[in-house]
Design a protein around this ligand. Structure first.
Ligand code: AMP
Length: 302
């Protein structure tokens, strides 16, 4: 039987300003980006919550990718999670201008029967309390990927550290890795994070690529060379989603399979950043993802 992937995290409306363009109330959130990315690789269910402003057209986008929405709760009393962000001139630094938890204020994940038997779980970026509850609702998770961000490292450190030992892969970006590990050096951070109990650690380095710390060795990949950078939002979530989807799709979780899944993550994330939301990724699909996977391999070998 095919493996089933459960993804939790935020579903959001984002207002984004980059040095090139602006977009208002577009579909975002860690679970949306991750599930859309994962859907190209494996059957994907999403456990999250949206509010009374959630558009039918956005439900249709998720359904068009075959994402199982039976664990997506609609709370008609409040609006969807809201995030407003602005990128600075170099695209690498961004500021959160506003964040409203709205429906997430008291969300406790509950899973539909069809999601409880998922064997692969991606705990996308959201509070560690929601991540833990989602994981506990899965009957027999066999492979768990845990993502997070600086906010939770700062305000929910103990809860986050409590679930790290459940993670087969802990995935985070370079500044978050250093913050969580309390180190100045990225390699030192990888070593410290393994000691916190994750079986392996992936540290993303944005436009430079990503590295893997695993008991069988170390691995590093470049990013796909993007020339048409439009909006970096969701790159990390798409990377994590495609990584999880690729592992669930093959059912192979060896060191080699994780390396291949990282390349799938980088290829998929490179499409996310070429448009607002996931429009470019949804339009181009698996053929372009596969072309970029081949190119990343080609660009990084002798
Ligand atoms: P990334 O660029 O990969 O960090 O992901 C950006 C997405 O994360 C946006 O679509 C936001 O809606 C969402 N987001 C921002 N802050 C949070 C948060 N504290 N918890 C969950 N999701 C968030």
């Amino acid at each position: 039987m095919a493996n089933k992937l459960l993804i939790t995290g935020s579903v959001a409306y984002d207002c984004i300003e980059t040095p090139l363009a602006k977009a208002d109330y577009i579909l975002g959130g860690s679970a949306s980006y991750a599930a859309l990315a994962a859907s190209f690789f494996a059957p994907t269910c999403m456990a999250s919550i949206v509010g009374n402003d959630f558009k039918e057209s956005d439900v249709a986008r998720l359904k068009a990718r075959g994402i199982d929405l039976s664990s997506l709760v609609i709370d008609s009393s409040r609006p969807t999670f809201f995030w407003r962000g602005k990128y600075h001139d170099n695209f690498n630094s961004r500021e959160t201008l506003d964040i409203k938890l709205n429906v997430f204020e008291d969300y406790k994940p509950s899973l539909a029967d069809g999601a409880k038997d998922a064997n692969f779980v991606l705990l996308g970026n959201i509070s560690p309390a929601v991540q833990r509850a989602a994981l506990e609702a899965v009957a027999k998770p066999s492979f768990v990927i845990l993502d997070t961000m600086d906010l939770w490292i700062n305000i929910a450190n103990a809860e986050l550290k409590g679930i790290i030992p459940r993670a087969d892969i802990l995935i985070l970006n370079d500044s978050e890795a250093k913050l969580l590990a309390g180190t100045r050096n990225i390699i030192g951070a990888g070593d410290v994070l393994l000691k916190l109990g994750a079986k392996s650690v992936i540290i993303k380095t944005g436009e430079y690529g990503a590295m893997l710390f695993h008991k069988d060795g170390f691995f590093v990949i470049p990013a796909f060379p993007v020339r048409a950078l439009h909006d970096p939002t969701g790159a990390g979530d798409s990377f994590a989603g495609a990584l999880a989807g690729s592992l669930a799709g093959s059912g192979d979780t060896s060191f080699k399979a994780i390396k291949n899944a990282m390349i799938a993550g980088a290829a998929t994330a490179s499409l996310t950043v070429e448009s607002f939301s996931c429009y470019k990724l949804e339009e181009t699909g698996i053929e372009e993802i596969n072309r970029r996977i081949r190119l990343i391999k080609q660009y990084s070998q002798l």
